[in-house]
Design a protein around this ligand. Sequence first.
Ligand SMILES: Cc1cc2nc3c(=O)[nH]c(=O)nc-3n(C[C@H](O)[C@H](O)[C@H](O)COP(=O)(O)OP(=O)(O)OC[C@H]3O[C@@H](n4cnc5c(N)ncnc54)[C@H](O)[C@@H]3O)c2cc1C
Ligand code: FES
Length: 301
Amino acid sequence: MMAQQAPAAPGRKTPTPFFGQVRVVSNRPLALDTFLLRLDAPSVARTAVPGQFLMLRIPGTTDPLLGRAFALWDAAADSTGQLRYVELGYLVVGKMTRAMRRLRRGELVEVWGPLGNGFPALEVEHLVMVAGGIGQTPFPALAKEYLGKARYGPKPRAARAQRVTLCYGTRTASLLAGLEVFRSLGVQVHISTDDGTAGHPGRVTELLQRVLRQESHRAGTLVVCCGPEPMMVQAARIAQQHHVRCLLSLEAPMACGIGVCCSCVVPVKEPGGEGWDYCRSCLQGPVFDARQLELDQLLAH
Ligand SMILES: Cc1cc2nc3c(=O)[nH]c(=O)nc-3n(C[C@H](O)[C@H](O)[C@H](O)COP(=O)(O)OP(=O)(O)OC[C@H]3O[C@@H](n4cnc5c(N)ncnc54)[C@H](O)[C@@H]3O)c2cc1C
Ligand code: FES
């Protein structure tokens, strides 16, 4: 492993992210066109918190030229019990993910991270995770942390939920990835598919609406959401109707991940609520409180 420190990004909090080449440990299928990549990256594994992401590049190629962002799926320990491995879940859609699918054990990839703010560590009664498409990838670690089954990051975090629910929607049943992980943690899983091949035939936001209608103690409920922007905006509006706090993990395209290129800007409300401006999702996000975001602009963006 060839490690260096990435250049300090303006406004970034410690610890300084790792930058270097790491080896592939495994790359195994989870579902149709969906894989779990395990990397040997101890300093990332020890410091990353749920909702943070890594930038990934294939060394020795300019196609694709730019890195791509991948959410922390989980961190895993070696045989001595020390955190050593980082896992990333990905759906094959384009240049980078097609190249990732070909990665074999022992090959090198370039990574920098962990990056971004991650999810806050809160004490809640009910954590409701809403995932669309490949948007479930930040949630295995988040569910583990909130259920007290794993700790993440350089400092102790006080995340806690009495129960965790996952509302998870894909186009079709064969794309559902990681269900056994969530179920084995004790997460209550509700599924939807666009074509009706599994679970509720329809949208994942309909599942969220159902869960929140049945909720008796909404002040103790937190909704977290990741997936296509129209789905996240709809989820944020449903949470707002029910007076439930909602956090969105945005997937604005990112080229540098460290605040330099401005490819990742998203519209946020200005303090005081009048007007809006852009901020860099790689630094201030990717996790935002839905109340911070200018949701109409996010859709038009
Ligand atoms: C903070 C953050 C976290 C992310 N986490 C993950 C993650 O955990 N797992 C993951 O797979 N991706 C994740 N992404 C998206 C990832 O960075 C890439 O954009 C994505 O994998 C496509 O890269 P590519 O080079 O394969 O496709 P490209 O060659 O860049 O794109 C090809 C085409 O695919 C489309 N496309 C991009 N994403 C999708 C999609 N999900 N479904 C269908 N079409 C798509 C693009 O619009 C484009 O038209 C994340 C992005 C961000 C910003
Ligand atoms: S990805 Fe370059 S500024 Fe955010």
